[in-house]
Design a binder for this molecule. Structure first.
Ligand code: ZN
Ligand code: ZN
Length: 121
């Protein structure tokens, strides 16, 4: 029997399927890697875009500062829950006004400032 018969027999008895499987896996891996590259490039672009934008003047109540009047009262409409189910999940909402007062008091940091004690010696 010639040697190539053995090669053919190995292919017929499953060796061929193994080779095809390997090729398929390699192709799929390459495809996944390409998708990952595209995703990474997209994330990078998004990060660049957000870095170039000035920070939005947004209040702690998540509403734009333009929605607040001179006294700091927020005039944005919000959904106020009026009914809850047994798991305390709101099931019904009513239109209401945001009760934010836009606190503009002293910075809390200045209250905990302590003078340097090393100068006392
Ligand atoms: Zn606010
Ligand atoms: Zn608000």
């Amino acid at each position: 029997m010639e040697w190539y018969w053995w090669v053919l027999i190995i292919f017929w008895t499953g060796g061929f399927g193994w080779a095809v499987d390997n090729a398929r896996t390699a192709l799929r891996n390459r495809h996944t890697r390409k998708l990952e590259l595209i995703e990474a490039a997209r994330q990078e672009r998004l990060a660049l875009e957000s870095a170039n934008q000035p920070p939005e003047p947004v209040c702690g109540c998540t509403h734009h500062l333009a929605k607040h009047d001179k006294q700091g009262k927020c005039h944005e409409r919000v959904e106020v829950p009026t009914a809850w189910d047994e798991t305390k999940k709101p099931v019904r909402f009513e239109s209401g006004q945001c009760n934010c007062q836009q606190y503009v008091g002293p910075e809390p940091l200045s209250q905990v400032y302590a003078p340097d004690l090393t100068d006392l010696a």
